[in-house]
Design a protein around this ligand. Sequence first.
Ligand code: F6R
Length: 333
Amino acid sequence: MKNYYLDWHKMIERAVDSWGKVSVSFKPRAIAITGMGGSGCVGDYVEALASSREGFGSPIIVVKSSSLPKYVAGSDLVFAVSYSGDTIETIMAFGEALRRGARVVAITSGGMLEECSKIRGVPVVKVSEGLVPRAALPEMLIGILGVLDSMNLTLASRDEVVELAQFIGERSLDAVNEAKALANFIYESSSNLVIATHTPLEVIAVRGKNELNENAKILVKVEVAPEWAHNDIVGWENPFTRNWAAITIADPGNILGARLVEFMESIYVKSGVKVHKLLLKGSNLLEKLIYGSLVLGLASVELAELRGLNPLETKGIALYKKFLREIAEEKPC
Ligand code: F6R
């Protein structure tokens, strides 16, 4: 599975080749991005990029549910993201978007979402088949960035994505070494894990949590400053167990954020918690987000290997999907 991650620079190049193939001419009031799990987190990345981009014209609403917020309407654009194309919640939200008259674009490698899109005349950004959803993050994300660029809602230009491919290719070895150190740290601590960071990097912490859940089969708590300092910090005063380890993630270019993470570290250390720090590399937010995600993805696979577990197997998700198919009433399209 490691190769899926190590090939990310090639995946990004492939996504650049498809840049502009799906273009939309429409000025949406808002953009909703709906999907679950590894596909759902794509919306978090777009939201993080949009929040940090001066002058970006439309609010981003991330939806990880089978139903869209009631205010999503005909004046909005909805991206339905499902790597497999067969995730019931996403298909339901897709159907709801069409019923409300919203413009819809699907991001998928196939499945029911592709079929329904063909039937309903919905444009599809088709991503590479044969991966697992979490490994296809860059391709799904760049698919959305390309469509947004076609609408003059640019979060990254084609040239910036070309530079991203080069940057990730050049930094792969750094990422592998960082990931090994991280996996060894988690393995040796054999405890509950916190991933701690500062805004606007919560997306990396959540994605890292998901990767460690799915690939390494462990539980992880996410803590994000400054909100952390208004609640979690007090929990560290008297927890039931001090059997925790913490990974902290900071952007060295964000002076306030990096100082907040240092403060978090001091509280963890005072609570008897060991800390391992990851400093992000990259010259812009997109590069930093993808670099951090690559390190955590590789670390989660490395940890699975150390624990003798198959990173690709996600039995719990399969069990849940079977259960949902039995109880869901939605007719495909
Ligand atoms: C990640 C993963 C899951 C899926 C989720 C939704 O690799 O396997 O988190 O992403 O169950 O499925 P898709 O992405 O196919 O819509």
